[in-house]
Ligand binder design. Sequence first.
Ligand code: PMP
Length: 408
Amino acid sequence: MFLSFPIDRVRADFPILHQQVYKRPLVYFDNAASTQKPVQVIDAIRRYYEQDNCNIHRGVHYLSVKATEAFEETRKEIREFINARDTREIIFTKGTTESLNLVASSFGKRYIRPGDEVIATIMEHHSNFVPWQQMCLECGATLRVAGIDDRGMLNVGELFGMISEKTRMITLTHVSNVLGTINPVKEIIAEAHKHGIPVLIDGAQGISHLPVDVQDMDCDFYCFSGHKMYGPMGIGVLYGKEKCLEELPPYQMGGEMIKEVYVDHTTFNELPFKFEAGTPNVEGVAGLRAALHYLNELGMDNIMDYEASLLKYATEKLAGIEGVRFYGTSDWKASLISFLIGKIHPYDVGMIIDKMGIAVRTGHHCAMPLMDYLHIPGTVRASFAFYNTMEEIDWMALAVAKAKKMLE
Ligand code: PMP
């Protein structure tokens, strides 16, 4: 067991964790849906409104300059966090979903023609599925989908077999939000690039669990959301290689993304502003910056080690309950567990353990194609963050065993 992680200090930083629900201490295991925020993030947002609030860019007065500097400084820190080459490659968006829609829409308009193909995987979140599916339908292209094996690992050979001269893009998740599987993205990107095909990585579940180095990975696009990495909701990032972003048309039109506007035509702003139409979420960026500082201080490697120990412990505990079936047992797995018990509906398990103070997610987890593929209605998903403890896992195991007894 990993002993040196400063769990008490960390938990003290998250006010929301110190409450009772149904007269029990809250156990929050719904981190894959959204993480809680440390007091440092909450304070940063408060401080922004108390001291810095102003619309950014182009303002000459003190507050506007101050707010703009903080905003652009955050862009630099994000560049460092994911080791992008240049700040021009960091686009602020509302979140992963908007980032994915941006690429599907702009890339589709620019490159996808009838008869072309896009390759995804069966484990994609709807956010990385529907935008491509709809874009393909509009363009007369085909979305092809690689499957998984019985441990929930991507059939990489099947995916490689789908690559042809028709393939325009490969898009896949870094980490599955249902199975926990960490995909071998580097290997897939290297193979795709041999064929001149760009690769987009949905990093919504990767960014908070793994150190991410976009240059080492060599992905063409990487997307993530602030709220899944201890930052605020409504803010996210699209990373794109400069040469890829340069070639894409703007996604939304409006202020900030223009250079010059005439009655009959417009010239567009340079990167990254070409993709940042309208007033951005300045408050969200302030909070995201504090979240980055928090993660950097803890260290992604320490987080990874501690979460691995939580995953191992929880897997052992749940495996001790007769009838529990796991979905996703890859050796390369982030800290979440999807499971079912016998014929019991996941919703019923979730409802009962909620009354014991435990928040897990039940249902299809925005991955209906995967549920169809697995022939199940959904799963119970317990997803762990670095503020969770072994004692909380003990309590969940007791609660699940009790739910099983009641429902069988
Ligand atoms: N992709 C994956 C793998 C996710 O888990 C999620 C969130 N559940 C998303 C995309 C969408 O993220 P958001 O709702 O923050 O845009």
